[in-house]
Design a protein around this ligand. Structure first.
Ligand SMILES: Nc1ncnc2c1ncn2[C@@H]1O[C@H](COP(=O)(O)OP(=O)(O)OP(=O)(O)O)[C@@H](O)[C@H]1O
Length: 574
C-alpha cells in the first residue's frame, strides 16, 4: 500500500467535500474567463465606437460590461462561500479525529509532549490548513487560469507583444524556486517557536502559585521574554526572506508597462496593431501582473500550510506503544489475583523495576512502602498498563495484562494517583466522572466513604459547587478525598491508592482507613504510602528499595525484625 504523506492525509479529509470543491473550482474557472471580457470590450469600444463611429454598439457593449461585473461578483461570492464551508467542515473533522487520537496515546507520549505544542497543533496549525483549503487552493487555480487565459486572449490579438510580455516569466520562476526552498524551514521554525511560547505561557499559568511562593515573577518574565524574543527573531527572519524575494518579483512586473509602451507603441506605429488592441493589452496587463505577483505569496502560503500539515501529520502518525491486546469488549470482571513474574522496567533506559516477582491472592490488602523514587508508583503504572514491562510478565488472574482489552483492564484495575486531579466541574461531576450513569445517592455514598461529607456543607453550593481548574478553591486534602470518592464510586476489583491520604490529617486518615477496610472486602487493594499507620489493616506489606522487594510480611512481622520498615515505624512513632 502506498505510504501516506502529509498531503495525502489532508486530501483524505478534503476529498469528502470534492463535489462542493469541484463546483467552487468550476465557478472560479468561469470567473477567470470572465476577467478577459471587459478588456476585450474596451478595445472594441475604442476601435469600433470611438474610431469606427458605430455608436449604436456603445450601449450593447456597456451592457455586456455591466453583466460581466455583476456575474463575476455573484460567482465569486458563491465560490468563496463554498470554499469556506468546505474548509470549516474539513477542519472540524480533522480536529475531532486528532483529539480522539490524542486520547489513545499513552503515558510515554504525554511524558514527551509539551502541552503548548499540542494546543498550537489543534488551533494555529489547523487554521493554516483551513486557510489553504478556504483560500489558497482556489487562488492557485484562479490565478493560473487568469494567466493562461490572458496569454491565449492576447496571443490571438498579437503574438509578438504577448511573447515580449512573457520574457519576465523565466526569472520569476527561478526566484520563486529559490524562495520556496528557504521559506518552508523558516515557517517550520516559526511554528515550533510558537509552540514553545505557548508551552511557556501554559506552564506559567499552571505553576503561578509556585512562581508567587518563591517570588520568581521576575525570572519567569525574563524566561518568557527570552522565548518571546525568540519568536520575534524567527518571525523577522521569516519576513526577511519574503522581503528579500518579493521586491524582485514586483520589480520584474514593473517591466511590463515599459514593454507595452515601447514595443506596443512600435507595433501600432508600424500598423501591426490597432490603438484599441493596445488598450486591450493595457487592460489585460493586470492579468499578467497579478498571477506573477501572487505566485510568490501563494508559494509562501503553500509552504506555510506544508509546515503545519507536516507537524499535524507527525501527531497523526504518533502511535501508542501500549497496544490493545484484545479488541473484543467482553466486560471481564477479574477475581483480583496479581502476579509480577520477574518484571524489569526502565524509563528512558534508567532501570526502575529490577527482576521483581510477587503473587497477591484475590481479596488481599497489600501495603507498599519504600523510599522516594524506589519504584512504588511504577508498580502501579505497570498493573494499569500505563507502561509495559521490558521483560517478565505482569499477570492478572494468571493472564498477561497485555492480553486484556485495555479498557476492560483499566475498569478492573482502578487507581487514585498521587496528584489528585480535578476537572473544572461541580464536586458531583468530578466524583461521577468515574461512572457518569451513577445516581446521586451512589455519588453521595462514595463521598461519605471518602469523608467528603465532612466538608461538603462548607462549600457554597455543596455538591453543585464548581471547583476551578485542577480543583482550585479546595485544600490538598479535600481534593484527595474527592479523588478517592471517584475510585470508590468506580469500585474496581483491584484498587490502587497511591499516596492518597498524604494531605489529610491523622484523624481523617484513620476514618478513611476504616472506609478502605470496609470497601476492600472482596477486592484486592494496594495501598502505597510513606505512613506506616496506613498499613495497619494490610494483610501483607512489600518493602521496596531501588526497584526490588527487600522485605515482605505483615505489620507485626515487619516491626518485629530489624530493617527499613522497622526504622520508619520507630521514626514515625516518635
Ligand atoms: N515518566 C517518567 N519518566 C522518566 N522517569 C520517571 C518517570 N516516572 C518516574 N520516573 C523515575 O522513576 C523512578 C521511580 O519513580 P516512582 O514514581 O515509581 O517512585 P516512587 O517510589 O513512587 O516515589 P515517591 O515515593 O516519591 O512517589 C524515579 O527515579 C523517578 O524519577
Amino acid at each position: 500500500m502506498k505510504e501516506k504523506t502529509a498531503f495525502s492525509w489532508v486530501w483524505s479529509y478534503v476529498r469528502k467535500y470534492r463535489f462542493g470543491m469541484a463546483a467552487g473550482l468550476f465557478l472560479s474557472v468561469i470567473v477567470a474567463a470572465m476577467n478577459m471580457v471587459n478588456p476585450l470590450v474596451t478595445g472594441n469600444i475604442v476601435d469600433k465606437v470611438i474610431k469606427g463611429g458605430q455608436h449604436e454598439l456603445l450601449f450593447k457593449l456597456i451592457g455586456i460590461m455591466i453583466c460581466v461585473v455583476v456575474g463575476k461578483s455573484i460567482f465569486r461570492y458563491s465560490y468563496q462561500v463554498i470554499f469556506e464551508h468546505c474548509s470549516q467542515n474539513v477542519i472540524l473533522k480533522m480536529r475531532e479525529d486528532l483529539y480522539a487520537h490524542i486520547q489513545k496515546l499513552d503515558f510515554s507520549w504525554y511524558d514527551n509532549a509539551p502541552s503548548g505544542n499540542v494546543m498550537t497543533l489543534l488551533t494555529s496549525d489547523l487554521d493554516k490548513v483551513r486557510h489553504f483549503v478556504a483560500w489558497v487552493l482556489y487562488q492557485i487555480l484562479e490565478n493560473s487560469l487568469i494567466y493562461i487565459f490572458s496569454i491565449i486572449t492576447l496571443a490571438s490579438i498579437n503574438w509578438k507583444l504577448t511573447l515580449a510580455f512573457m520574457v519576465i516569466a523565466p526569472p520569476v520562476l527561478i526566484l520563486v524556486r529559490k524562495f520556496k526552498v528557504h521559506i518552508r524551514p523558516a515557517h517550520m521554525r516559526v511554528r515550533d517557536q510558537f509552540a514553545v511560547l505557548n508551552t511557556r505561557v501554559g506552564e506559567n499559568i499552571e505553576g503561578n502559585r509556585v512562581v508567587k511562593a518563591f517570588v520568581r515573577e521576575g525570572y519567569e518574565t525574563e524566561h518568557f521574554e527570552k522565548e518571546n524574543e525568540g519568536y520575534r527573531d524567527v518571525s523577522v527572519a521569516n519576513a526577511d526572506m519574503r522581503v528579500r524575494f518579493m521586491p524582485w518579483i514586483d520589480a520584474l512586473c514593473q517591466v511590463l508597462p515599459v514593454i507595452l509602451i515601447l514595443f506596443g507603441g512600435y507595433l501600432v506605429i508600424n500598423n501591426e496593431m490597432t490603438i484599441g488592441q493596445l488598450v486591450t493589452f493595457n487592460g489585460l496587463m493586470w492579468a499578467f501582473i497579478q498571477p506573477i505577483n501572487m505566485f510568490g505569496t501563494l508559494v509562501d502560503n503553500t509552504q506555510n500550510f506544508g509546515a503545519s500539515a507536516d507537524r499535524l501529520f507527525e501527531l497523526y502518525k504518533a502511535e501508542p506503544k501500549i497496544k490493545n491486546g484484545n479488541d473484543s469488549k467482553d466486560a471481564t470482571t477479574v477475581e483480583g489475583r496479581v502476579e509480577f513474574r520477574d518484571v524489569s522496567f526502565a524509563y528512558n533506559e534508567t532501570p526502575v523495576i529490577k527482576n521483581m516477582s510477587f503473587v497477591i491472592e484475590p481479596g488481599t490488602t497489600v501495603g507498599i512502602l519504600g523510599p522516594t523514587g524506589s519504584g512504588k508508583s511504577t508498580i502501579a503504572n505497570l498493573m494499569c498498563r500505563y507502561y509495559d514491562a521490558d521483560s517478565g510478565q505482569v499477570l492478572i488472574d494468571g493472564k498477561d495484562v497485555r492480553e486484556y482489552n485495555l479498557q476492560d483492564l483499566r475498569r478492573n484495575v482502578g487507581i487514585t494517583m498521587q496528584e489528585a486531579f480535578l476537572f473544572s466541574d461541580t464536586v458531583e461531576g468530578n466524583i461521577a466522572f468515574a461512572k457518569p450513569e451513577a445516581s446521586f445517592e451512589d455519588v453521595e455514598a462514595a463521598a461519605e466513604l471518602a469523608r467528603v461529607k465532612e466538608f461538603i456543607g462548607d462549600l457554597t453550593d455543596g455538591y453543585d459547587t464548581i471547583v476551578g481548574e485542577r480543583g482550585v478553591g479546595l485544600s490538598g486534602g479535600q481534593k484527595q478525598r474527592i479523588a478517592l470518592s471517584r475510585l470508590f464510586l468506580a469500585d474496581p476489583k483491584i484498587m490502587i491508592l497511591d499516596d492518597t491520604t498524604s494531605a489529610v490529617d491523622n484523624d481523617t486518615e484513620y476514618k478513611i482507613r476504616q472506609s478502605i477496610k470496609s470497601r476492600s472486602k472482596g477486592h484486592t487493594a494496594f495501598i502505597i504510602s510513606h505512613r506506616v499507620s496506613s498499613f495497619e489493616n494490610c494483610d501483607v506489606i512489600l518493602v521496596i528499595q531501588d526497584g526490588q522487594i527487600i522485605d515482605k510480611g505483615s505489620h507485626q512481622e515487619l516491626i518485629s525484625r530489624d530493617g527499613y520498615y522497622h526504622d520508619v515505624w520507630l521514626e514515625q512513632r516518635g
